[in-house]
Design a protein around this ligand. Structure first.
Ligand code: AR6
Length: 349
């Protein structure tokens, strides 16, 4: 995945360069700046002292010293001042300039903190959007592995309305499915079912909202609506995932690179899939392609089936994917934000 959003301490990352959210003096400070200087040792400060500071929106590069990375790219984010004083443009410039320096120094992997979103007060959701937009724009043109490092979970918060909508969606799908599935199971297996009464009692909306773990134990007997002709299905019966993917890319009039970039899938992985007709992708990779191709729900299920997977209502991950597909939102990064907010694995990670 060319852009990976991860939760970690940036000073621990073993990549070519890490980016520091510095101030104009470049002489250290609090937050991530303080952590980087502390971990790198005083030689970093000595090199920084020779740089003559840095303007907001600009970036300068130094060695990594005792950090596991080769370089530290220091950039100065804007202070949030209500959003009407060019903050967004300056923040975009931080990402652009840092990535330019990384490229110039042949970095293959670089990690960013969420610049300006701490001491400088840039609202975290907006800072995240700027970061994702800038990095993905860059990755359309260049090959690099970019990590966006979240330190605390609050950095990765989707809007309240979206959160509420998804919660309601999960709630409905879960409850309906589990109610039906357990009844079906009791009918099939008689009263001596694997689910005892005490377990049934936990099937409240609240418990579904709470527990991905409980959810993954559920069994879905959801029947698919068949909306395509039998003839079409039979024609495609023997097609592998790889063949189906390439066919869909052609049908959508996309180029291969448009597709894998939009899916946020690494070029090398795509080449493997393309050259191995029997390649078995992970479920998250298969879904990432379905999202990139903007497949509807039935088409997504078909593509997943080729890789041996299904979408069901028995886990939150699948329901969140379904939510985005049925709402026509095919932005893999927004989907990942939502998955993160609900403590689910991210697409392709
Ligand atoms: N790894 C990853 N992210 C981190 C880490 C870490 N070790 N520590 C903090 N963050 P901030 P700014 C996150 O305040 O807003 C300094 O004093 C943190 O949760 O470090 O650009 C400088 O000298 C937040 O989301 O940077 C400047 O004076 C993000 O990094 C000023 O702060 C950025 O928070 C710059 O403020």
């Amino acid at each position: 995945m060319p852009l990976q959003i991860i939760r970690n301490d940036i000073t621990k990352l073993n990549c070519d360069a890490i980016v520091n959210a510095a101030n104009a003096t470049l002489l250290g400070g609090g937050g991530v700046d303080g952590a980087i200087h502390k971990a790198a040792g005083k030689e970093l400060l000595q090199e920084c002292m020779k740089l003559g500071g840095c303007k907001t929106g600009q970036a300068k590069i130094t060695g990594g010293y005792r950090l596991p990375c080769r370089y530290v790219i220091h950039t100065v984010g804007p202070k949030w001042n209500g959003g009407q004083t060019g903050e967004r443009e300056l923040l975009e410039s931080c990402y652009r300039e840092s990535l330019r320096l990384a490229l110039e120094h042949d970095c293959q992997s670089v990690a960013f903190p969420l610049i300006s979103s701490g001491v400088y007060g840039y609202p975290k959701d907006r800072a995240l959007k700027v970061a994702v937009d800038c990095i993905t724009g860059f990755l359309f043109e260049h090959d690099m592995l970019v990590y966006l490092v979240m330190f605390d979970k609050s950095s990765f918060q989707i809007g309240e309305k979206l959160f509420a909508d998804i919660t309601a969606f999960i709630d409905d799908k879960y409850v309906d499915t589990h109610f039906v599935s357990r009844r079906t199971q009791r009918d099939e297996w008689g009263e001596s079912t694997v689910f005892g009464e005490s377990e049934q009692a936990t099937l409240s909306r609240e418990s579904f909202r709470e527990g991905a773990a409980t959810a993954s134990k559920g069994i879905s007997f959801q029947k698919r609506t068949v909306s395509r002709s039998l003839e079409d299905l039979l024609k495609q019966e023997d097609e592998s995932f790889s063949q189906a993917l390439l066919r869909k890319i052609d049908e959508k009039g996309m180029t291969d690179s448009e597709c894998y970039k939009k899916a946020n899938v690494d070029r090398k992985l795509f080449s493997k899939i393309r050259s191995d007709v029997h390649y078995h992708p992970s479920k998250t990779t298969a879904i990432a392609f379905a999202i990139a191709l903007e497949l509807n729900l039935d088409e997504t299920k078909d593509l997943l089936l080729k890789a041996g997977f299904a979408l069901s209502h028995s886990n939150k991950f699948d329901i969140i994917i379904e939510y985005f597909i049925t709402n026509g939102n095919y932005n893999v990064f927004e989907i990942n934000e939502a998955l993160f907010a609900f403590d689910q694995s991210l697409l392709g990670v």
